[in-house]
Design a protein around this ligand. Structure first.
Ligand SMILES: [Zn+2]
Length: 207
């Protein structure tokens, strides 16, 4: 079966700009965020600094895929307010790196549950103490955000040993941590492993 889903990069590896660069307001801090509308209920909040935030707006709450660095939290919340006044109910960490998980503790303080793979939490627990995910999946988890089904898969090692691929079956969208997930898998484990991952993904998503 052919997968016709659009591939939406959850984290474009846009590394233009640097940490200490003056921002558009003339101060110092993270590069200015922008909101990109993907669908009526799907947005992306991003800047020139690594990981993006994908925003899914349900009937009774918001689900974020990744929450960038801690320093981006206030800006993310400002942009979110312009999209919806619904509360953030869930944050999915596509993987454990700080540009995808740095806002976890602040999101949890607002009442959000943070979801990640078992492996991602284990590795995060070894390296940081704040914002550890509190809902974990082994290889599959379905969440309903209102009526919107959201499927999470762990297919094995990719960019890290804890990557999650997110599939929105009704929207026909797949969201990964970044455009290099597949390339990383090939580099780390070889092309046979990459083929296995793609076959697994196709089989599971086609079900
Ligand atoms: Zn990463």
């Amino acid at each position: 079966m052919t997968i016709r889903s659009t591939i939406a990069a959850g984290a474009l590896a846009a590394l233009a700009g640097s940490w200490g660069t003056a921002n558009a307001q003339g101060g110092f801090g993270p590069p200015e965020l922008t909101t990109v509308k993907v669908r009526d209920n799907i947005y992306m909040i991003r800047n020139a600094m690594s990981g993006n935030v994908t925003v899914l707006v349900g009937g009774d709450g918001v689900l974020l895929i990744d929450d960038k660095f801690a320093v981006d939290h206030d800006g993310i919340m400002e942009h979110l307010k312009k999209i919806t006044d619904q509360p953030v109910r869930y944050v999915i960490n596509t993987h454990l790196h700080q540009d995808h998980t740095g806002g976890n503790a602040q999101m949890q303080a607002l009442g959000a549950d943070v979801i990640a793979s078992e492996n991602a939490r284990r590795i995060m627990a070894e390296t940081q103490t704040e914002g550890l995910p509190n809902i974990l999946l082994d290889d599959y988890l379905r969440i309903y955000l209102g009526d919107m089904p959201i499927d999470l898969y762990y297919f094995g090692r990719g960019h890290t040993d804890g990557d999650i691929v997110i599939h929105l079956p009704e929207e026909r969208i797949v969201i990964t941590h970044g455009t290099d997930t597949m390339a990383q898998t090939a580099r780390v484990l070889g092309e046979a492993a990459l083929r296995k991952t793609i076959v697994l993904m196709a089989e599971r998503i086609a079900q």
